[in-house]
Design a protein around this ligand. Structure first.
Ligand SMILES: *Cc1c(COP(=O)(O)O)cnc(C)c1O
Length: 435
């Protein structure tokens, strides 16, 4: 696979370069130069295939010049080694549960695939790598658990102080070994700015082979296509159309689904549900993209004021807003709506949604209220995290959920984070002072 920059379509780098650079020097984002179209017969047969088999079809179509079929199969099987079940909520609404991996969030797909891709290339090249990752909560846990004890890789995670839940913090800070966590006195946007600046810093790049594990890394996006395709496969014999509703922050998850669609996955509509950080809904309404400082919400993994991956979505549609809006819409909900939705679904269905997932539910309610529902269409709402990652919300709402045993174990581990300011000079001094 060759990739260009969203800022320069003449650029052409190979997959390995894009994975380790993470960002092109012009600060655009890498996108595949060419998206192969899957055979309709292959897709028609997906109802007879497993998640892992469908995943391989997609990954191989993209990466067949970069990794042998046998090696890729092993990587895919290891990365997607947990299920992504569809739970019916209504006759035409299905929850796609993406929280059955080690960090209990959808980012495990990306974290596990990326770590194995990197380690595959590292084995060939004998490189040592330093990964810098900014997290608003869930990325860090998925990356930490994805990379834990992978030889030749050290991971530095930056997270905003006081803005992640206790369980998220425990997942980030209790790993030790090759994983270190910095607690930044600032917002997620400050963390992301520190990481972005580090990649452009000459001194740091001389000392380290820096790379990023954020959702801007192309190897994080590829595995996120898998579960869209798998859901389609499970529903395609019952419904004519599928609409995906994705709780969105940095817009990497939904971008992956949209790439799969460009590769032939039949999808009627993509709906990006956001919290009060409504940059993209505002853009669709006004035609002007205005980044803002993020505001804190109950769905904190979506507290993003300048969603990086949205340029990838625009790029997929030739930066043509009219074309984009034929297949894509976006809608925002505030904290009080999120809470109401959680309570309603719990009372009516006995199903517990995390606050992120609740935005997707609300988007479907809005669709139905607008009369957009048809009997032929299934709505798939992506459930991006397990509710237990947000204990404060459920305590307030007086809803009890089951805690997975992996979480119980975390409480007995020691937190090992180090404090950091939001100033780049401090971060740089710290990194240069390390071995
Ligand atoms: C990261 C995350 C999101 C947002 O995903 P993007 O790819 O950044 O849009 C939504 N929900 C949860 C639980 C997350 O961790």
């Amino acid at each position: 696979m060759k990739l260009y920059s969203t800022k320069n379509h003449n650029l052409s780098v190979d997959f390995e370069t894009a994975v380790f650079n993470s960002l092109p020097a012009d600060k655009g984002l890498y996108m595949p130069t060419f998206l192969p179209l899957l055979d309709t017969e292959v897709i028609a047969n997906w109802d007879k295939k497993s998640l892992q088999e469908i995943a391989f079809d997609l990954a191989y179509a993209l990466l067949k010049d970069d990794i042998t079929a046998e090696e890729l199969k092993a990587i895919v099987d290891e990365a997607a080694n947990f299920e992504a079940p569809l739970v019916p909520l209504d006759k035409d609404v299905f929850v796609l549960e993406l929280f059955h991996g080690p960090s209990l969030a959808f980012k495990d797909f990306g974290g596990r695939f990326m770590s194995r891709i990197m380690s595959h290339f590292l084995k060939k090249e004998h490189k040592e790598i330093r990964i810098l990752v900014a997290t608003s909560g869930d990325t860090g846990g998925a990356v930490a658990l994805g990379f834990l004890n992978v030889p030749g890789i050290k991971v530095t995670i930056l997270y905003p102080k006081g803005k992640v839940s206790l369980i998220q913090e425990l997942q980030l800070t209790t790993n030790g070994n090759n994983i270190e966590a910095l607690e930044v006195d600032g917002t997620f946007d400050d963390c992301q700015a520190l990481v972005k600046q580090a990649f452009l810093d000459k001194d740091l790049n001389e000392k380290y082979n820096l790379t990023s594990a954020n959702s801007i890394n192309i190897s994080r996006l590829i595995p996120q296509m898998f579960y869209y395709a798998n859901s389609y496969a499970r529903l395609k014999n019952q419904f004519k159309d599928v609409t995906f509703v994705t709780p969105s922050g940095n817009f990497g998850n939904i971008a992956a689904g949209m790439i799969a669609h460009k590769m032939g996955l039949p999808v009627k509509q993509f709906i990006a549900a956001t919290n009060s950080n409504d940059i993209v809904p505002q853009y669709l309404t006004t035609g002007v993209y205005t980044a803002r400082p993020s505001v804190q919400t109950l769905a904190n993994a979506m507290d993003v004021g300048d969603p990086s991956n949205f340029v990838r979505i625009l790029d997929l549609y030739g930066n043509d807003k009219v074309e984009l809006e034929r297949e894509f819409s976006s809608i925002a909900f505030d904290d009080s709506q999120i809470k109401q939705a959680i309570v309603k679904v719990y009372q009516e269905k006995g199903y517990i949604m995390c606050p992120h997932t609740a935005t997707a539910y609300l988007a479907i309610e809005a669709e139905k209220a607008a009369g957009n529902q048809t009997a032929e269409n299934a709505y798939v709402m992506l459930s991006t995290a397990h509710p237990c990652k947000f204990p404060d919300v459920f305590e307030e709402l007086n809803i009890a959920y089951e805690i997975p045993s992996s979480v119980d174990e975390l409480y007995h581990k020691e937190r090992q984070q180090k404090p950091m300011t939001k100033h780049f000079e401090d971060f740089k001094t710290y990194l240069l002072g390390e071995g």
